[in-house]
Design a binder for this molecule. Structure first.
Ligand SMILES: *Cc1c(COP(=O)(O)O)cnc(C)c1O
Length: 382
């Protein structure tokens, strides 16, 4: 039985809704995108949502809308997908990596203050795996030093922080609907904010800087004329993506319940493995469980992380590693960043393995993952 690391959860409802859009005569940003923006904003309790072609586009536009550019510094975590840091470079600003807390694997707020300089403009926390960052501490620092908070919520589409949905907390929050994410539209993203002028700036910047988009121009009340006030980007969502998103959003609570069941199964079985760190959770919040990341304890195991992954592969189980810390990548090393600048992230990376976790994973498949993990650990105890 081969168990892939990840699988999208697409059913007849998505196929029917996409077909409806394909037959509607409107493929790019239009009525389905507007509806998805409204329903998504309501889901995360935010006033505005801007549909985009990716979370990466959202992170870029958020910084553009907040006026971040050359000469500025933006604090973020090294333990993220490289998109977070790349978008800071795209604005001309400088990424400043602050190490993670080794338990939560999120940005360590206790280390953030020392990294703030007069040039710091924003903090981009990443809710790793779906566990929210310590937002009270991050918002307190942002208020004290007048910094913006842009959340990378690529993993956090269902996350609550002390009962507050992620998407309603920082100045701007960016979500990903990439194929592997909890809510998938293939490619896609959303930026949410309570600030109407920020939403409008992101909307305009997402469509070439045009004062009116095609959706307005070609509607009954539209006209052919538009003004370009700014050299914007082409970052808009399409109605085909939104059609998928509308159905996935309906299914999200049920998909999350299944993720939680798989996590409970993993936790119950693997709790007895003292050679593993299991993922951290905090009952004050709601974890979105995008990823289930175990970490090997090297002092207790005579097997490397690489061999552990290879053994799972031989047992037919797909895995992944989240994340290669950004300062490890050759390009960032050439910019002068060093893995040794973030020892906790580097240590976590060296021992982390992400196990399969998705709504379509059956109990039998989860048990096969558990059995394989436990067998490899038992064979390789020091
Ligand atoms: C997936 C991911 C992104 C990028 O999302 P896209 O929608 O593919 O642009 C950004 N940050 C993190 C942490 C991610 O996992």
């Amino acid at each position: 039985m081969k168990i892939p690391f990840t699988l999208p959860y697409i059913g007849p409802e998505e196929i029917a809704r996409v077909t409806e859009t394909l037959q509607s005569g409107w493929l790019t940003k239009g009525p389905a995108t507007v509806q998805f923006e409204q329903e998504f904003a309501a889901y995360v309790n935010s006033s505005h949502a801007v549909g985009l072609n990716s979370c990466t586009a959202g992170l870029h536009l958020a910084q553009i809308a907040l006026g971040i550019g050359p000469g500025d510094e933006v604090i973020t975590t090294p333990y993220t997908f490289v998109a977070t840091a790349n978008t800071i470079l795209h604005t001309g600003a400088k990424p400043v990596f602050v190490d993670i807390d080794p338990i939560s694997m999120n940005l360590d707020p206790a280390l953030v203050e020392a990294a703030i300089t007069p040039r710091t403009k924003a903090i981009i926390p990443v809710h790793f795996a779906g566990l929210p960052c310590d937002m009270d501490a991050i918002i307190a620092l942002a208020n004290k030093y007048r910094l913006y908070v842009i959340e990378d919520a690529a993993h956090a589409v269902h996350t609550n922080y002390k009962g507050r949905p992620v998407g309603s907390i920082g100045d701007i929050t960016c979500f990903s609907f990439y194929a592997t994410k909890n809510l998938a539209t293939g490619e896609g993203g959303m930026a949410t904010t309570d600030d109407e002028s920020l939403a409008e700036r992101m909307r305009v910047a997402s469509l070439h800087g045009m004062s009116k988009n095609a959706w307005n121009r070609y509607s009954d009340k539209g006209s052919w004329h538009y003004d370009v006030e700014y050299a914007g980007f082409k970052y808009n969502m399409t109605d085909v993506q939104a059609a998928l998103g509308l159905v996935q959003l309906q299914k999200l609570p049920a998909m999350q319940r299944r993720r939680e069941q798989v996590v409970a199964r993993y936790n119950a079985a693997l709790a007895s493995c003292d050679s593993l760190h299991l993922p951290y959770d905090d009952p004050r919040h709601r974890h979105a469980w995008h990823l289930y990341v175990i970490r090997l304890k090297p002092a207790m195991l005579a097997i490397s992380r690489e061999l552990f992954i290879a053994e799972l592969g031989k047992a037919g189980i797909g895995t992944s590693v989240h994340f290669i810390p950004v300062p490890h990548h050759p390009y960032y090393r050439r910019l002068g960043y060093r893995p040794s600048d973030c020892p906790q992230a580097s240590h976590a990376y060296a021992h982390a393995v992400s196990l399969p976790l998705y709504p379509g994973l059956s109990d039998a498949q989860a048990d096969a993952v558990i059995d394989a993990v436990m067998a490899i650990l038992a064979k390789n105890r020091k």
